[in-house]
Ligand binder design. Structure first.
Ligand code: AMP
Length: 113
């Protein structure tokens, strides 16, 4: 389980966010430090630390998060985008509550840094 993170504080209303979508399983809001013209985050209400802690019981939830990422990307007017999940500090994870990044609105290079 994730300890109290900035994202759990957003989920329980202690901290505001720029929300763009929500449902029973997740919340979607704009990244506070956008790395592209469109950059938003999808977080599950379930306090998973990262993909490393996910189990078979999370199969439906993880599929749901991916489908929401596409739904909201289209809602935000994107035709192309990148969905990223950083798992662990060395991969760039700084908030230890599972989240998907969606970036778009500019050309994105590959490989990422
Ligand atoms: P990661 O480095 O993959 O853990 O991504 C964490 C992301 O959360 C970063 O892109 C941050 O800019 C973003 N972030 C941190 N605090 C907030 C906040 N209060 N509201 C929105 N985004 C945030």
């Amino acid at each position: 389980m994730a300890d109290k993170t900035i994202f759990s504080q957003i989920l329980n209303g202690e901290i505001d966010c720029d929300e763009i979508y929500q449902d029973k399983k997740c919340l979607v809001f704009k990244d506070i430090d956008p790395q592209a013209p469109v950059h938003f985050l999808i977080i599950p209400r379930k306090p998973l630390v990262s993909l490393k802690e996910a189990t078979d019981a999370d199969t439906e939830l993880l599929g749901h998060l991916l489908l929401v990422s596409a739904k909201v990307a289209k809602q935000e007017g994107l035709e192309s985008w990148r969905t990223i999940i950083n798992s662990g500090a060395e991969a760039g994870q700084t908030v230890f509550h599972l989240h998907l990044h969606v970036l778009g609105g500019r050309s994105l290079s590959w490989p990422p840094g």
